[in-house]
Write a protein that binds this ligand. Structure first.
Ligand code: 6R9
Length: 671
């Protein structure tokens, strides 16, 4: 049976759509009384808050904003419109604050000696390192001063390419302190990807480390930066700061390269915070979309911070004694909002972990939980599935008694993995918050509120206060009640991105033109009879591999750089561990012989161009690609072939040459 198309742009779109089983829709886990008793938010309170937030968003967010420290309190709260003729998104617009003051200084009086960061190294035998809020404040001030001495001023861009070490958080907060706009680049990106990101925003300075460690292996971060800075378009960079981390030596190119510890040495431990308007930029984070190169998602000061902080406290039911561990890297939005800004604005203790779940063995996560008495644990379905495959024993040999709440983010969590997480990891004691959101949204939009919302395995459940989701069909008609369609958001919330850096038109085009007047998420979604939302996955050309976004256009551009390749098309296909895998169809130039060595070269080229996270899981030689008569690649058909659902190819009559498909299907069978 063929699933109804949820395409946003006719035949261009839908990906693999997760099938939501009917029986799952009814499975309900009520909030346990024991948890509800002490919860920050009750079920009744969550409903009252939601109603208030939608009826009078001004009053709702005005009250939330009072919990923050302002240099100048805002009088205007919400000034937003998604109407294309009158488009604007401004929150707290006449307010002034400094994000680092809200994350650090205001905690010093009561929480100065409280642990802000517990750092757990990749090496399980290395001693853990901790920083109190006082110590973190001092480090951030020193780096803020050092950056100012190096000529970094308000509004300048600073790229951060660091492993998961405390200096990553220090660097972000130091930028916030002096009003510099940070752009964190994930350590799994290559020199080319660094160069693209540096060139796009014109960074003045890069903060990196000599190397990063994961599972006992080292990534030469500084060398990648050196290679990036040899590429065109990167001349804006004047200084490279290098954190000493790990034993390797690096080439220092003077006067450009400076050791981090040398520039920090002797800096005062106080640093005047830059007064920032609520709408001044805080950071840029590059993310993949349907077309072209990754775009620089820009978040601003007050709206982002308040939204990250509010959702952190609400969703995770945060209490003063919690030890919060979000396993995401700071190179992704989850690391920005729920390792650094959300928790630190709430004076929480966070654990930062440089390693991986399965090294040195499959108990590592739970050993770290026991070692540091983690109470709230937030990870991605791909990690849960990988650990589930190792069986229950590696979990069961640890205590995990300290845990009280579990979270999931990055992709839909399949009910089997949800149940394993709940029963085995959480011993059926800990609620799970399945949090749906995006780089663009700044913070969580749809999620259970721990202690208030009954859970259904596989559903992100209900919208948070201030969030108005809706479903539309391909024509943009709003669907009511139980329905399946494309997920849109009808009104602005404080954490929404403000623009694509340097390309406001692309921002409007990408998110607000498909369904005029609405923010289009590019996710498919089903709403059940209880109003619960079930995200089914992307309906655009973004592939979600292990919770990381990869654009098909980026992957294809990398493949065709190979001199033997004439054309390529990439699609996602369901993958047991990663959620989705990358399936590449490659057409070679006339006369080139296809063989394994060439396939390996292409895989290596993509890795070099984008980074180790861009792995082609499958590569199929394609004598030609299926195209419409107007020359458009029919991805819908390529997806079905990749999924091995060749009985569901649908209508191929509009193809220029239907025989192409028969050939691909036959080759797939032998693949
Ligand atoms: C936070 C983050 C965004 C895309 C998003 C959706 C998928 C994230 C999800 C989820 C189902 C969840 N996604 N969380 N799908 N349930 N709980 O991951 O941001 O990297 O920008 O990815 O991830 O498809 O559109 P980002």
């Amino acid at each position: 049976m063929c699933k109804k198309s949820l395409a946003a742009h006719g035949s261009q779109s839908p990906l693999f759509l997760r099938r939501v089983r009917m029986s799952e829709l009814k499975s309900l886990y009520e909030v346990a009384d024991a948890f509800a008793r002490d919860a920050n938010v009750s079920k009744a309170e969550s409903e009252v808050r939601y109603r208030r937030s939608v009826l009078d968003p001004e009053a709702f967010w005005r009250e939330v904003a009072q919990d923050f420290e302002w240099l100048r309190a805002p009088t205007r709260i919400k000034n937003t419109s998604f109407d294309l003729n009158d488009f604007r998104i401004r929150w707290f617009e006449d307010g002034e604050m400094n994000v680092s003051v809200n994350c650090l200084d205001r905690h010093l009086a009561d929480n100065g000696d409280k642990t802000a960061i517990i750092f757990e190294s990749d090496d399980p035998n290395a001693p853990a390192r901790t920083l109190t809020y006082k110590e973190l404040h001092a480090e951030v001030c020193k780096l803020g001063n050092a950056l100012r001495n190096l000529g970094v001023q308000k509004g300048d861009r600073v790229s951060i390419y660091l492993p998961m070490i405390p200096e990553a958080a220090i660097a972000m907060l130091a930028c916030a302190r002096i009003g510099a706009v940070h752009s964190v680049i994930f350590g799994g990106f290559s020199a080319n990807s660094i160069a693209d990101r540096v060139a796009d925003c014109g960074s003045k300075l890069i903060i990196t480390a000599n190397e990063g460690a994961r599972a006992g292996k080292y990534t030469p971060l500084k060398k990648n930066v050196d290679d990036a800075l040899n590429l065109p378009g990167t001349t804006s960079v004047q200084t490279v700061l290098v954190v000493r981390h790990g034993p390797s030596t690096v080439d220092m190119q003077m006067p450009r390269d400076r050791w981090y510890d040398a520039v920090m040495d002797g800096q005062p431990e106080t640093c005047a915070p830059e007064p920032m308007n609520a709408e001044d930029p805080l950071f840029i984070l590059y993310t993949s979309g349907s077309t072209g190169k990754p775009k620089g998602v820009l978040h601003t000061t007050a709206g982002y911070l308040i939204y990250a902080a509010y959702t952190f406290k609400t969703v995770f039911d945060q209490k003063p004694d919690d030890i919060f561990w979000c396993t995401a890297d700071v190179g992704w939005i989850t690391g920005h909002s729920y390792v650094v800004y959300g928790p630190m604005a709430n004076a929480a203790t966070v654990l930062m972990f440089e390693g991986v779940p399965s090294w040195p063995n499959a108990s590592r996560f739970w050993e770290v939980v026991d070692k540091h008495k983690v109470t709230i644990f937030y990870t991605a379905p791909t990690a849960i599935r990988a650990l589930m495959r190792e069986g229950d024993a590696p979990v069961k040999r640890t205590s995990r008694k300290s845990l009280r709440l579990l979270g999931s983010v990055g992709e839909p969590i399949n009910p089997e993995a949800w149940r394993w997480y709940y029963d085995v990891v959480g011993d059926a004691r800990c609620p799970i918050v399945d949090t749906w959101w995006q780089t663009e949204t700044g913070g969580i939009l749809i999620s259970p509120i721990a202690g208030a919302t009954a859970m259904k395995p596989g559903s992100a459940s209900l919208p948070l206060p201030g969030v108005q989701p809706a479903l539309v069909d391909a024509a943009g008609t709003l669907l009511t009640g139980e329905a399946e369609g494309n997920l849109v958001i009808l009104d602005a919330w404080p954490g929404i991105m403000r623009t694509v850096y340097g390309d406001h038109q692309r921002f409007i085009e990408t998110y607000f033109k498909t369904y005029p007047g609405m923010y289009f998420t590019s996710d498919g979604c089903r709403r059940d009879a209880d109003g619960y939302y079930w995200i089914t996955g992307r309906v655009d050309d973004v592939i979600n591999v292990s919770g990381h976004r990869l654009g098909t256009a980026e992957l294809e551009s990398a493949i065709v750089l190979h001199p033997s390749v004439s054309e390529a098309a990439v699609v996602g296909y369901p993958h047991d561990l990663k959620g989705q895998g990358v399936y590449a169809y490659v057409t070679l130039k006339e006369g080139v012989e296809a063989d394994d060595a060439l396939a390996k070269e292409i895989v290596a080229l993509v890795r070099k161009e984008i980074g180790p996270i861009a792995l082609l899981d499958q590569l199929q030689w394609a004598p030609a690609l299926p195209k419409t008569r107007s020359g458009k690649i029919m991805r819908r058909i390529l997806r079905k072939i990749a999924e091995n659902a060749t009985d569901q190819l649908g209508d191929t009559s509009t193809l220029a040459d239907p025989a192409v498909v028969d050939q691909l299907v036959a080759d797939r069978k032998n693949h």
